[in-house]
Design a binder for this molecule. Sequence first.
Ligand code: GLA
Length: 350
Amino acid sequence: MPRPAIDLFHETFGTTPRSAASAPGRVNLIGEHTDYNGGPVLPIAIPARTTAAVGPPRSWVAYLAGVLRELWSLEVVPPNGSARIAVASDLPVGAGLASSAALAVAVAKALAPNLKARQIAGVAFRAEHDHVGVHCGVMDQTIAALGRRDHALLVECASLEATQIPFGARLLLVDTGKRHDLSTGGLNARRAECEEAVKRLKIELPELAWLASWPAEWLLRLKRALPEPLRSRAVHVVSETARARFAAQLLAQRKLKQFGRLLYESHESCRRLYDCSSPELDTVVGAAKRAGALGARLTGAGWGGAAIVLVNKTDKKTIPAIQRAYERAYGKTPPISEVQASAGAHVERL
Ligand code: GLA
Protein backbone atom coordinates (compact mmCIF):
# COMPACT_ATOMS: atom_id res chain seq x y z
CA MET A 1 0.00 0.00 0.00
CA PRO A 2 2.56 2.57 -1.11
CA ARG A 3 0.02 4.93 -2.79
CA PRO A 4 -1.38 6.69 0.32
CA ALA A 5 2.03 8.06 1.38
CA ILE A 6 2.88 9.16 -2.15
CA ASP A 7 -0.55 10.76 -2.59
CA LEU A 8 -0.30 12.35 0.86
CA PHE A 9 3.02 13.86 -0.09
CA HIS A 10 1.44 15.29 -3.25
CA GLU A 11 -1.54 16.73 -1.39
CA THR A 12 0.54 18.18 1.45
CA PHE A 13 3.51 19.57 -0.42
CA GLY A 14 2.00 20.05 -3.89
CA THR A 15 4.89 18.30 -5.60
CA THR A 16 6.20 14.81 -6.42
CA PRO A 17 8.35 13.13 -3.75
CA ARG A 18 11.98 12.51 -4.63
CA SER A 19 11.65 8.88 -3.56
CA ALA A 20 9.53 6.50 -1.53
CA ALA A 21 10.19 3.25 0.29
CA SER A 22 8.23 0.87 2.43
CA ALA A 23 9.07 -1.53 5.25
CA PRO A 24 7.01 -4.27 6.85
CA GLY A 25 5.98 -5.14 10.40
CA ARG A 26 6.96 -8.51 11.79
CA VAL A 27 5.86 -11.39 13.92
CA ASN A 28 8.48 -13.32 15.81
CA LEU A 29 8.01 -17.09 15.50
CA ILE A 30 10.22 -17.83 18.51
CA GLY A 31 13.16 -16.42 20.49
CA GLU A 32 11.51 -13.76 22.69
CA HIS A 33 13.54 -11.30 24.75
CA THR A 34 16.70 -13.00 23.53
CA ASP A 35 17.92 -10.35 21.07
CA TYR A 36 19.20 -7.82 23.60
CA ASN A 37 20.69 -10.75 25.49
CA GLY A 38 22.82 -11.83 22.53
CA GLY A 39 20.64 -14.82 21.61
CA PRO A 40 18.76 -15.93 18.48
CA VAL A 41 15.40 -14.73 17.15
CA LEU A 42 13.28 -16.15 14.31
CA PRO A 43 10.97 -13.46 12.89
CA ILE A 44 9.09 -13.16 9.60
CA ALA A 45 8.12 -9.92 7.90
CA ILE A 46 4.34 -9.56 7.52
CA PRO A 47 2.34 -8.05 4.63
CA ALA A 48 1.26 -4.90 6.56
CA ARG A 49 3.78 -2.14 5.94
CA THR A 50 4.64 1.50 6.39
CA THR A 51 5.54 3.68 3.43
CA ALA A 52 7.50 6.90 3.58
CA ALA A 53 7.61 9.34 0.67
CA VAL A 54 10.38 11.91 0.98
CA GLY A 55 11.64 15.04 -0.73
CA PRO A 56 13.65 18.17 0.05
CA PRO A 57 11.72 20.83 2.07
CA ARG A 58 11.63 24.54 1.78
CA SER A 59 12.56 24.96 5.42
CA TRP A 60 14.64 23.03 7.91
CA VAL A 61 12.59 20.26 9.58
CA ALA A 62 13.84 18.04 12.34
CA TYR A 63 11.35 15.27 11.76
CA LEU A 64 12.37 11.77 12.72
CA ALA A 65 15.51 13.32 14.09
CA GLY A 66 17.03 9.99 15.08
CA VAL A 67 17.02 8.60 11.54
CA LEU A 68 18.25 11.86 10.06
CA ARG A 69 21.07 12.23 12.57
CA GLU A 70 22.25 8.71 11.92
CA LEU A 71 22.20 9.31 8.17
CA TRP A 72 24.09 12.57 8.64
CA SER A 73 26.76 10.86 10.68
CA LEU A 74 27.16 8.27 7.90
CA GLU A 75 27.37 11.19 5.47
CA VAL A 76 24.74 9.70 3.16
CA VAL A 77 22.53 12.77 3.38
CA PRO A 78 24.13 16.26 3.39
CA PRO A 79 25.01 17.78 6.80
CA ASN A 80 22.24 20.05 8.04
CA GLY A 81 20.19 18.32 5.36
CA SER A 82 16.47 18.37 5.86
CA ALA A 83 13.54 16.46 4.49
CA ARG A 84 9.85 16.57 3.74
CA ILE A 85 8.34 13.26 4.74
CA ALA A 86 4.87 11.78 4.17
CA VAL A 87 4.06 8.52 5.94
CA ALA A 88 1.17 6.08 5.61
CA SER A 89 0.79 2.65 7.13
CA ASP A 90 -1.58 -0.27 7.52
CA LEU A 91 0.36 -1.50 10.56
CA PRO A 92 -1.47 -1.03 13.87
CA VAL A 93 0.61 0.92 16.43
CA GLY A 94 1.33 -0.77 19.78
CA ALA A 95 0.03 -4.15 18.63
CA GLY A 96 3.41 -5.86 19.07
CA LEU A 97 4.09 -5.88 15.32
CA ALA A 98 7.10 -3.55 15.40
CA SER A 99 5.41 -0.53 13.81
CA SER A 100 8.15 1.80 15.08
CA ALA A 101 10.88 -0.24 13.37
CA ALA A 102 8.86 -0.28 10.12
CA LEU A 103 8.61 3.52 10.31
CA ALA A 104 12.31 4.07 10.97
CA VAL A 105 13.38 1.53 8.32
CA ALA A 106 10.99 2.91 5.68
CA VAL A 107 12.18 6.49 6.25
CA ALA A 108 15.86 5.47 6.26
CA LYS A 109 15.40 3.48 3.03
CA ALA A 110 13.54 6.31 1.31
CA LEU A 111 16.19 8.86 2.33
CA ALA A 112 19.17 6.62 1.60
CA PRO A 113 18.06 4.04 -1.01
CA ASN A 114 21.63 3.03 -1.79
CA LEU A 115 22.57 1.89 1.71
CA LYS A 116 22.79 -1.88 2.18
CA ALA A 117 19.92 -3.59 4.04
CA ARG A 118 22.15 -4.21 7.06
CA GLN A 119 23.20 -0.57 7.20
CA ILE A 120 19.55 0.52 7.02
CA ALA A 121 18.78 -1.84 9.93
CA GLY A 122 21.66 -0.30 11.91
CA VAL A 123 20.50 3.27 11.28
CA ALA A 124 16.93 2.41 12.34
CA PHE A 125 18.15 0.49 15.41
CA ARG A 126 20.33 3.35 16.64
CA ALA A 127 17.50 5.84 16.00
CA GLU A 128 15.17 3.85 18.25
CA HIS A 129 17.72 2.67 20.81
CA ASP A 130 20.03 5.67 21.17
CA HIS A 131 17.75 8.56 20.26
CA VAL A 132 14.28 7.48 21.36
CA GLY A 133 15.62 5.49 24.33
CA VAL A 134 13.76 2.18 23.92
CA HIS A 135 16.20 -0.51 25.08
CA CYS A 136 15.18 -2.90 22.33
CA GLY A 137 17.36 -5.46 20.61
CA VAL A 138 18.07 -5.63 16.88
CA MET A 139 15.29 -8.03 15.81
CA ASP A 140 12.65 -5.63 14.58
CA GLN A 141 14.85 -3.40 12.44
CA THR A 142 16.75 -6.42 11.07
CA ILE A 143 13.65 -8.27 9.86
CA ALA A 144 12.09 -5.04 8.51
CA ALA A 145 15.23 -4.47 6.42
CA LEU A 146 16.21 -8.06 5.51
CA GLY A 147 12.87 -9.93 5.42
CA ARG A 148 12.25 -12.20 2.45
CA ARG A 149 8.97 -13.51 1.05
CA ASP A 150 8.12 -17.05 2.27
CA HIS A 151 11.11 -17.08 4.62
CA ALA A 152 11.76 -16.69 8.32
CA LEU A 153 15.05 -15.11 9.34
CA LEU A 154 17.19 -16.68 12.03
CA VAL A 155 19.26 -13.86 13.49
CA GLU A 156 22.01 -14.59 15.97
CA CYS A 157 21.94 -11.26 17.74
CA ALA A 158 25.47 -11.39 19.23
CA SER A 159 27.23 -12.02 15.90
CA LEU A 160 24.42 -10.61 13.70
CA GLU A 161 24.72 -13.72 11.53
CA ALA A 162 21.44 -14.04 9.61
CA THR A 163 20.08 -17.15 7.86
CA GLN A 164 16.97 -17.31 5.67
CA ILE A 165 14.79 -20.39 6.35
CA PRO A 166 11.85 -21.29 4.07
CA PHE A 167 8.54 -20.70 5.85
CA GLY A 168 5.28 -21.50 4.09
CA ALA A 169 3.17 -22.67 7.03
CA ARG A 170 -0.31 -21.36 7.82
CA LEU A 171 0.01 -18.74 10.51
CA LEU A 172 -2.81 -16.83 12.19
CA LEU A 173 -2.36 -13.47 13.82
CA VAL A 174 -4.71 -12.65 16.68
CA ASP A 175 -4.79 -9.04 17.85
CA THR A 176 -5.86 -8.87 21.50
CA GLY A 177 -6.61 -5.18 21.05
CA LYS A 178 -4.63 -4.45 24.21
CA ARG A 179 -2.05 -1.83 23.30
CA HIS A 180 1.37 -1.36 24.82
CA ASP A 181 3.84 1.50 24.68
CA LEU A 182 7.40 0.22 24.73
CA SER A 183 8.91 3.59 25.55
CA THR A 184 7.21 3.45 28.95
CA GLY A 185 6.50 -0.27 29.24
CA GLY A 186 8.20 -3.19 30.90
CA LEU A 187 10.89 -3.76 28.26
CA ASN A 188 13.43 -1.37 29.77
CA ALA A 189 12.81 -2.86 33.24
CA ARG A 190 13.36 -6.40 31.94
CA ARG A 191 16.49 -5.38 30.16
CA ALA A 192 17.86 -3.86 33.37
CA GLU A 193 17.13 -7.14 35.19
CA CYS A 194 18.98 -9.08 32.49
CA GLU A 195 21.99 -6.76 32.79
CA GLU A 196 21.98 -7.17 36.56
CA ALA A 197 21.86 -10.97 36.08
CA VAL A 198 24.91 -10.83 33.76
CA LYS A 199 26.79 -8.70 36.30
CA ARG A 200 26.22 -11.30 39.01
CA LEU A 201 26.87 -14.29 36.73
CA LYS A 202 30.23 -12.81 35.75
CA ILE A 203 31.43 -13.78 39.21
CA GLU A 204 30.86 -17.41 38.12
CA LEU A 205 31.95 -17.00 34.53
CA PRO A 206 34.08 -13.84 34.04
CA GLU A 207 34.11 -14.05 30.23
CA LEU A 208 30.29 -13.99 30.01
CA ALA A 209 29.34 -11.14 27.65
CA TRP A 210 25.67 -11.92 27.01
CA LEU A 211 23.05 -13.61 29.16
CA ALA A 212 22.15 -15.84 26.18
CA SER A 213 25.73 -17.19 26.11
CA TRP A 214 25.35 -18.85 29.51
CA PRO A 215 25.72 -22.61 28.82
CA ALA A 216 22.28 -24.31 28.87
CA GLU A 217 23.73 -27.34 30.69
CA TRP A 218 24.66 -25.11 33.64
CA LEU A 219 21.13 -24.10 34.52
CA LEU A 220 21.44 -25.40 38.08
CA ARG A 221 24.50 -23.29 38.67
CA LEU A 222 22.70 -20.25 37.28
CA LYS A 223 19.73 -20.83 39.55
CA ARG A 224 21.99 -21.04 42.59
CA ALA A 225 23.80 -17.84 41.67
CA LEU A 226 20.74 -15.60 41.23
CA PRO A 227 17.94 -14.40 43.51
CA GLU A 228 14.38 -13.96 42.23
CA PRO A 229 13.19 -12.38 39.98
CA LEU A 230 16.59 -12.40 38.22
CA ARG A 231 16.62 -16.21 38.36
CA SER A 232 13.34 -16.58 36.46
CA ARG A 233 14.30 -13.94 33.87
CA ALA A 234 17.66 -15.60 33.23
CA VAL A 235 16.23 -19.14 33.03
CA HIS A 236 13.80 -17.85 30.41
CA VAL A 237 16.54 -16.24 28.32
CA VAL A 238 18.87 -19.25 28.44
CA SER A 239 16.14 -21.83 27.71
CA GLU A 240 14.51 -19.62 25.05
CA THR A 241 17.88 -19.36 23.34
CA ALA A 242 18.18 -23.15 23.10
CA ARG A 243 14.53 -23.43 22.05
CA ALA A 244 14.82 -20.85 19.26
CA ARG A 245 17.93 -22.52 17.78
CA PHE A 246 16.27 -25.93 17.92
CA ALA A 247 13.07 -24.49 16.44
CA ALA A 248 15.02 -23.05 13.50
CA GLN A 249 16.50 -26.51 12.81
CA LEU A 250 13.06 -28.13 12.96
CA LEU A 251 11.64 -25.51 10.61
CA ALA A 252 14.45 -26.09 8.13
CA GLN A 253 13.59 -29.82 8.26
CA ARG A 254 9.87 -28.96 7.86
CA LYS A 255 9.02 -30.69 11.16
CA LEU A 256 6.09 -28.40 11.87
CA LYS A 257 4.51 -30.47 14.63
CA GLN A 258 7.62 -30.40 16.80
CA PHE A 259 8.22 -26.78 15.86
CA GLY A 260 4.70 -25.94 17.07
CA ARG A 261 5.27 -27.62 20.42
CA LEU A 262 8.20 -25.30 21.02
CA LEU A 263 5.92 -22.30 20.41
CA TYR A 264 3.67 -23.46 23.27
CA GLU A 265 6.72 -23.98 25.50
CA SER A 266 8.01 -20.54 24.64
CA HIS A 267 4.69 -18.97 25.59
CA GLU A 268 4.69 -20.78 28.92
CA SER A 269 8.20 -19.53 29.62
CA CYS A 270 7.24 -15.94 28.69
CA ARG A 271 4.19 -16.19 30.95
CA ARG A 272 5.67 -17.87 33.99
CA LEU A 273 9.32 -16.83 33.99
CA TYR A 274 9.58 -13.58 32.04
CA ASP A 275 6.17 -12.38 33.23
CA CYS A 276 5.44 -10.60 29.95
CA SER A 277 2.12 -12.18 28.94
CA SER A 278 -1.39 -10.88 29.64
CA PRO A 279 -4.71 -12.61 30.44
CA GLU A 280 -5.90 -11.85 26.89
CA LEU A 281 -2.86 -13.52 25.32
CA ASP A 282 -3.22 -16.53 27.63
CA THR A 283 -6.89 -16.86 26.64
CA VAL A 284 -5.94 -17.00 22.94
CA VAL A 285 -3.09 -19.48 23.43
CA GLY A 286 -5.16 -21.71 25.76
CA ALA A 287 -8.08 -21.83 23.29
CA ALA A 288 -5.74 -22.57 20.37
CA LYS A 289 -4.17 -25.46 22.27
CA ARG A 290 -7.52 -26.99 23.25
CA ALA A 291 -8.68 -26.72 19.62
CA GLY A 292 -5.64 -28.74 18.50
CA ALA A 293 -3.59 -25.97 16.83
CA LEU A 294 0.03 -26.96 16.17
CA GLY A 295 1.42 -24.13 18.29
CA ALA A 296 0.66 -20.69 19.67
CA ARG A 297 2.39 -17.96 21.62
CA LEU A 298 2.58 -14.24 22.23
CA THR A 299 4.78 -12.47 19.72
CA GLY A 300 6.95 -9.42 20.31
CA ALA A 301 7.53 -7.85 23.69
CA GLY A 302 4.22 -9.05 25.16
CA TRP A 303 2.12 -7.30 27.85
CA GLY A 304 -0.70 -7.22 25.30
CA GLY A 305 -0.36 -6.94 21.55
CA ALA A 306 -0.72 -9.95 19.31
CA ALA A 307 -0.49 -13.74 19.46
CA ILE A 308 0.49 -16.07 16.63
CA VAL A 309 -1.17 -19.44 16.05
CA LEU A 310 0.31 -22.14 13.81
CA VAL A 311 -2.37 -24.35 12.21
CA ASN A 312 -2.64 -27.14 9.66
CA LYS A 313 -3.66 -26.04 6.16
CA THR A 314 -7.00 -27.86 6.58
CA ASP A 315 -7.75 -26.65 10.12
CA LYS A 316 -11.25 -25.20 10.48
CA LYS A 317 -11.73 -25.46 14.24
CA THR A 318 -9.14 -23.14 15.69
CA ILE A 319 -10.47 -19.73 14.58
CA PRO A 320 -14.04 -20.27 15.89
CA ALA A 321 -12.64 -21.81 19.10
CA ILE A 322 -10.48 -18.74 19.79
CA GLN A 323 -13.36 -16.40 18.95
CA ARG A 324 -15.72 -18.23 21.32
CA ALA A 325 -13.23 -18.29 24.21
CA TYR A 326 -12.37 -14.62 23.74
CA GLU A 327 -16.01 -13.58 23.53
CA ARG A 328 -16.82 -15.50 26.69
CA ALA A 329 -13.99 -13.81 28.58
CA TYR A 330 -14.03 -10.28 27.15
CA GLY A 331 -17.38 -9.84 25.37
CA LYS A 332 -15.82 -9.10 21.97
CA THR A 333 -14.27 -10.89 19.01
CA PRO A 334 -10.58 -10.29 18.38
CA PRO A 335 -9.47 -9.54 14.79
CA ILE A 336 -7.87 -12.69 13.33
CA SER A 337 -5.96 -12.66 10.04
CA GLU A 338 -3.65 -15.02 8.18
CA VAL A 339 -0.13 -13.74 7.60
CA GLN A 340 2.42 -14.77 4.99
CA ALA A 341 6.11 -14.18 5.39
CA SER A 342 6.68 -11.07 3.26
CA ALA A 343 9.41 -8.95 1.73
CA GLY A 344 11.57 -6.55 3.71
CA ALA A 345 12.12 -2.88 2.94
CA HIS A 346 12.30 -1.79 -0.67
CA VAL A 347 12.09 1.32 -2.76
CA GLU A 348 8.61 2.02 -4.16
CA ARG A 349 7.96 3.23 -7.68
CA LEU A 350 6.68 6.84 -7.74
C1 GLA B 1 10.39 -5.71 21.29
C2 GLA B 1 11.79 -5.20 20.94
C3 GLA B 1 12.60 -6.32 20.26
C4 GLA B 1 12.59 -7.57 21.13
C5 GLA B 1 11.17 -7.96 21.51
C6 GLA B 1 11.12 -9.11 22.48
O1 GLA B 1 9.67 -5.98 20.14
O2 GLA B 1 11.69 -4.08 20.08
O3 GLA B 1 13.90 -5.87 20.03
O4 GLA B 1 13.39 -7.37 22.26
O5 GLA B 1 10.48 -6.87 22.11
O6 GLA B 1 11.64 -10.28 21.90
